[in-house]
Design a protein around this ligand. Structure first.
Ligand code: CMC
Length: 392
């Protein structure tokens, strides 16, 4: 295979050194800056977790207040971005709109951005944390023909987002605390996951010296695919297609048949080969949310039967395929009134915290180099050009 190590899919290549997130896939361990994910899920909140990821330590009260103030006061999007948004057809996928909207930030903040200046780098990260939820909600409202809602900065991060999504002038929005709590928890669990495809994309683009908005837009594009963040939307479509518990075994058989082109969405993970610690937490939250919101969703029953059937099946056991973070998240989003086209957008809001943290870390890494993988060439050996009448 030539001079290079062939590692397709990068299953055995570390592309960087990082002090942000630790995963032990065999033991089902996930730590953000050394803190176990279950402790953060139980005791922290998404904004504090974001600051932890970015800065490396849990903030003091004063540090947190400053961070919260900064994120809160950069939530507005430039008014010209609304014109841009309105150029999209109403049925454009929200991920397509979000990717373009975030990419367009580079047109608003590129010219004077000095990447050598730590304050400016930090401000770019804060702007992304602040504006991505505003833009995400705007994409949703555009897709249903509602006017864009400006951020209410007297609210906390998650409440503010839910207001931008659902508030209408006609009547005040009554938010159930369990809804905000569930969303905050989902955001914590999705905030970072070391060198996954989208984060690696952010780093690869970042390695060229591109501006951070362009890097994060590239990350959003990578996240969209069904093998990555797009899986949460794909899970719900799959559960709807299965429809009832008695069709579960047919679905499991189809997933085992390599010729069917069908996989159990929300199952399997490149790194976790025992269980996904995030899936355990989400599963519990899913039951709690549906109960407290009084939602009786038959898809939960289908999901539970599917999980049960797959975990008993040799095919899945031998390949160490377990439910991942996305298996139950869609059912929670649905119970919160968030449509499935928005699920991956929700993932993108949360993962922005991870993307900007990795981008910031990369910018001060003394060993950072442009990412430039090699290849194993499989094409033709040298040959002479033939005029068109000599070909064939
Ligand atoms: N259903 C049926 N078979 C599967 C599945 C599945 N969901 N996942 C893997 N397999 C089989 C696969 O066919 C292969 O079988 P064999 O060894 O006989 O060829 C074996 O398991 C190993 O799979 P792989 O594709 O080589 O594993 P990978 O590490 O390259 O892929 C994955 C990991 C997550 C892309 C894959 O498990 C998958 O496609 N899962 C469904 C999509 C999904 O839920 N993605 C969300 C990932 S978690 C959220 C995130 O971080 O984005």
């Amino acid at each position: 295979t030539g001079y290079f190590t062939y590692d397709h899919g990068f299953t055995a290549t570390a592309s960087c050194k990082s002090a942000i997130t630790y995963i032990d896939g065999d033991e089902g361990v996930l730590l953000y800056r050394g803190y176990p994910i279950d402790q953060l899920a139980e005791k922290s909140n998404f904004l504090e977790v974001s600051q932890l990821l970015m800065d490396g330590e849990l903030p003091t009260q004063a540090e947190f207040s400053k961070f919260e103030h900064e994120v809160t006061h950069h939530t507005m999007m430039h008014e010209a971005q609304k014109t841009f948004l309105h150029g999209f057809r109403h049925d454009a996928h929200p991920m397509a709109m979000l990717c373009s909207m975030v990419g367009s930030l580079s047109a608003f903040y590129h010219d004077n951005l000095d990447l050598e200046d730590p304050e400016q780098r930090r401000m770019a990260a804060i702007r992304l944390m602040a504006k991505v939820p505003t833009m995400a909600a705007a994409c949703y409202r555009h897709s249903i023909g509602w006017p864009v809602r400006y951020p209410r900065n007297n609210l906390e991060y998650v409440d503010r987002f839910l207001h931008m999504m659902f508030e209408v002038p006609a009547e005040p929005l009554e938010l159930k605390p369990v809804a905000a709590k569930a969303l905050d928890l989902l955001f914590i669990l999705h905030a970072d996951h070391e060198q996954n495809a989208s984060t690696s994309t952010v780093r690869l683009v970042g390695s060229t010296g591109a501006n951070p908005y362009a890097c994060v837009a590239a990350g959003i594009a990578a996240l969209w695919g069904p093998a990555h963040g797009g899986a949460n939307e794909a899970v719900l479509r799959m559960l709807e297609e299965i429809g009832s518990p008695d069709k579960v075994s047919t679905a499991v058989d189809r997933a085992k048949d390599k010729n069917s082109g069908f996989r159990l969405m929300g199952f399997g993970h490149r790194v976790y080969k025992n269980f996904d610690p995030r899936a355990k937490i989400i599963r519990e939250m899913c039951h709690k949310v549906l109960e407290e919101l009084g939602v009786d969703d038959p898809l939960l029953e289908v999901a539970m039967r599917l999980e049960e059937a797959a975990l008993k099946d040799d095919y899945f056991v031998q390949r160490k395929l377990y439910p991942n973070v996305d298996f139950y998240s869609g059912i929670i989003y649905k119970a919160l009134g968030i449509p499935k086209e928005m699920f991956t957008v929700m993932f993108a809001i949360a993962r922005t915290a991870g993307w900007v943290s990795h981008w910031l870390e990369q910018q001060v890494d003394p060993e950072a180099k442009i990412g430039r993988p090699r290849q194993i060439y499989t094409g033709a050996t040298p040959r002479d050009y033939l005029a068109v009448d000599q070909r064939g």
